[in-house]
Design a protein around this ligand. Structure first.
Ligand code: NAP
Length: 459
């Protein structure tokens, strides 16, 4: 067992770490103390003499050489900003985020010698850094404890309860198994979920793809492989139902850690979340939800998957075929790349609505030739197995075009086959999937998985 306490300074990591160490007879390692020992200087001296960057180098070295098991670790407040530290800390560990209200933090650290990280007054520095670091803390934590009104003793008891019992409501695991059984999830996946959620290790964190259907999704296989690769005590399953509300109730009762969200819930889930990232708000769709400290955070990684796959594409004019959720993400991504965009859809009013939201042109599919694009994105399901049609004819494709088909089953869609023979540059839908999944994995865990690794783990 390895327990890692992370969070802002003044949240009680050191005090609780020492106390916990006595209670469960495991050694406690405070990364700041180890840095001072290794450098032969105080943290203050490192910051004032060598600067924050050198301090972060020391910190990375110390974290990389910590014992892999049988200990409690307290990290510096900024340690989990670096995904390399998160990767090293998370392997085989239970990560517990200690939080506190800014006023409580200020009171606790006012008289300490820890160096300031900005030139701001302490109160403002705390608020600024907490805001900046919040996403990093949320991603890196398995569990979260608010220490504002708790004594170190009470925090330790809360940690011990988590380690022994987890955070699911009584009976929630068995109810969830019945839910999965009624929803047509494959039997072997139900039993694997049962193993993880009922009577297994209470520290195992639960994840799922929520959709209707979700039974064809490749996300469970991909994320399970990534969790195993990084030594994370996590289980990823499928949740499938006509309505998002019972799915969210199940997630709440079992204290799920995070969700991938797919059709048809990407918009309807938004009203149920505590916070939504601005990009997801503008797109009008959430494909990633992470829970931390009883709050749910929604974000959209689809558009990042599209933008990053297009960074080498040439030209300035783009056509998006379709006007649904994936098309909105495509338009947002193309806007971020400063493209001139035309949205073409069989239901023209839907194309007009999407184009109107983002200040683009719109029209029916027949307007394709007139738009004369450099980049074409297919955001319709046309060509998705078992469909064998292409949304465009070969005569409409020119060698100067980049054709990106968001459909990824089959790997080479009818549109991509035509585009390749027409001499176009082609981008398969798996490139979006891999990139959005890598970003989603970072939201889920704080770990930055290389694209080649994610690609190699695609089922
Ligand atoms: P959606 O919200 O249901 O939108 C579908 C769009 O396609 C609508 O504009 C719809 O037009 C149009 N459409 C549907 N059937 C059509 C047909 N037979 N002919 C012409 N247009 C048609 O779906 P979505 O979430 O945007 O997903 C669209 C595609 O993107 C799917 O194939 C999905 O697999 C793919 N996708 C890929 C990834 C990835 O990671 N690669 C991620 C997300 C989505 P109407 O408005 O007229 O109904």
């Amino acid at each position: 067992m390895r327990i890692v306490l992370c969070g802002f300074r003044g949240t009680g990591k050191t005090e609780c770490g020492i106390l916990l160490s006595r209670l469960i007879s495991l050694p406690f390692f405070d990364t700041d103390a180890l840095i001072e020992e290794q450098a032969g200087k105080t943290i203050h001296e490192i910051f004032s003499g060598e600067g924050e960057e050198i301090f972060r180098d020391y910190e990375r070295q110390v974290i990389a050489t910590l014992p892999g098991t049988g200990c409690i670790i307290g990290t510096g407040g900024g340690a989990v900003i670096d995904p390399r530290n998160v990767e090293a800390l998370r392997r085989g560990s239970t990560m517990i985020l200690l939080e506190a209200e800014p006023a409580a933090i200020e009171q606790r650290i006012r008289d300490t010698t820890r160096p300031p990280l900005t030139t701001l007054p302490l109160r403002d520095e705390i608020r600024l850094l907490l805001k900046e670091r919040k996403p990093f803390y949320t991603r890196a934590a398995d569990f979260c404890i608010d220490t504002t009104t708790r004594s170190p003793n009470e925090v330790c008891l809360a940690i011990l309860r988590i380690l022994a019992e987890g955070t699911a409501s009584p009976g929630a695991g068995a109810r969830a198994v019945r839910f999965l059984e009624a929803s047509g999830i494959p039997e072997n996946e139900i039993r694997a979920f049962e193993q993880a959620a009922v009577g297994g290790d209470p520290k195992t964190r639960l994840f799922a793809i929520a959709g209707n259907p979700s039974v064809h999704s490749r996300s469970p296989a991909l994320f399970s492989r990534l969790f195993a690769h990084y030594g994370l005590n996590c289980h990823y399953t499928r949740l499938q139902a006509p309505d998002i509300v019972p799915i969210l109730r199940l997630c709440h009762d079992l204290d799920f850690r995070a969700l991938s969200v797919t059709i048809p819930f990407k918009s309807s889930i938004m009203e149920h979340l505590s916070g939504i990232e601005p990009d997801a708000g503008e797109i009008g769709a959430v494909n990633t939800v992470v829970w931390c400290g009883g709050r749910s955070y929604g974000s959209n990684t689809d558009w990042i998957g599209i933008r990053d796959a297009l960074t080498d594409a040439r030209g300035s004019k783009a056509v998006v075929l379709g006007a649904g959720g994936a098309a909105a993400a495509a338009v947002y991504a193309l806007k971020a790349l400063s493209m001139e965009i035309t949205v073409l859809n069989r239901t023209v009013s839907t194309a007009e609505d999407l184009a109107g939201r983002f200040g683009c042109e719109s029209g029916p599919p027949e307007a394709f030739d007139r738009a004369d694009p450099d980049i074409v994105i297919n955001a319709t399901p046309v060509g998705m197995e078992p469909d064998t049609h292409s949304p465009l004819k070969k005569s409409q494709l020119k060698p100067s075009m980049t054709v990106f088909d968001l459909v990824y089953t089959p790997a080479e869609t009818p549109l991509l086959r035509l585009a390749r023979t027409a001499g176009c540059r082609v981008i398969p839908g798996t490139e979006m999937f891999v990139r959005q999944a890598a970003t989603q994995f970072r939201h889920f865990t704080g770990i930055s998985a290389p694209l080649d690794l994610v690609r190699s783990m695609m089922p």
